[in-house]
Design a protein around this ligand. Structure first.
Ligand SMILES: N[C@@H](CCC(=O)N[C@@H](CS)C(=O)NCC(=O)O)C(=O)O
Length: 219
């Protein structure tokens, strides 16, 4: 199994975590975005990481790769046992890509001081929505989204929280104080073995997002 990946990419990070959680051996192929090989472009028609090659098939899109891995290698399962909770898991994965990530990246890409407060407030509200609609309502008592067992939802969201120190550094964005469950979840994820194995430190993200962020804007 081969994974085309990039250390800086949160989407590739999701699939690296899924492979590690499954205990699967894989060849890690780091992609230089400025010099994409023909082999990579064949595996990844969008020219994006991650892309997985397994049994002669190429699979791309991080969420699709992770569902594929969970189907093909069912143990340990990374989805809840009941159909209703699996549906909830898909809702929260969908919320991440449909609503959260766009607003999250808008904050770091924005160079206009006049828009800064509104953009960061939007992300804080997204985090409060997760706190109040997911963590306060879903069954289980943590530390993960669905209780004691890590799931594809945790793996879909966590990479953005590992990058949050860069948002905090350049844009003053942190987890709001009124989101204690979300903060506890982020701490629990940070301590997980798979996360530790591929973690980058805060300085790495601050350095790598400098080009996007430009100057520091206070909270
Ligand atoms: N929806 C895709 C997003 C993947 C994505 O945007 N990857 C970026 C890096 S984070 C990429 O490969 N960009 C290629 C480029 O910048 O040339 C997924 O979930 O896999």
């Amino acid at each position: 199994m081969e994974l085309f990946t990039a250390r800086v990419c949160p989407y590739a990070h999701r699939s690296r975590l899924a492979l590690l959680e499954k205990g699967l051996e894989f060849e890690h192929i780091e992609i230089d975005f400025k010099n994409k090989s023909a082999r990579f472009l064949e595996a990844s028609p969008y020219g994006k990481v991650p892309a997985l090659v397994h049994n002669g098939e190429t699979i791309y899109e991080s969420l699709v790769i992770n569902e594929y891995l969970d189907e093909v290698f069912p143990q340990p399962s990374l989805m809840p046992a009941s159909a209703a909770l699996r549906a909830k898991a898909r809702i929260w994965i969908h919320y991440c890509d449909e609503y959260f990530t766009g607003d999250f990246y808008a904050v770091i890409h924005n160079k206009d001081h006049d828009q800064h407060a509104e953009l960061t407030a939007t992300v804080r509200d997204r985090l409060r929505f997760v706190e109040n609609e997911a963590f306060a309502r879903l069954p289980g008592d943590g530390p993960y989204w669905f209780g004691a067992d890590v799931s594809l939802v945790d793996l879909a969201w966590y990479p953005f929280f590992e990058r949050l120190p860069a948002w905090s550094h350049y844009r003053g964005l942190t987890i709001p104080d009124d989101c204690p469950r979300l903060a506890a979840w982020a701490t629990a994820m940070k301590g997980r073995a798979s996360v530790i194995e591929v973690a980058n430190d805060e300085a790495y993200y601050i350095d790598n997002y400098k080009g996007y962020a430009g100057e520091v804007m206070a909270a």
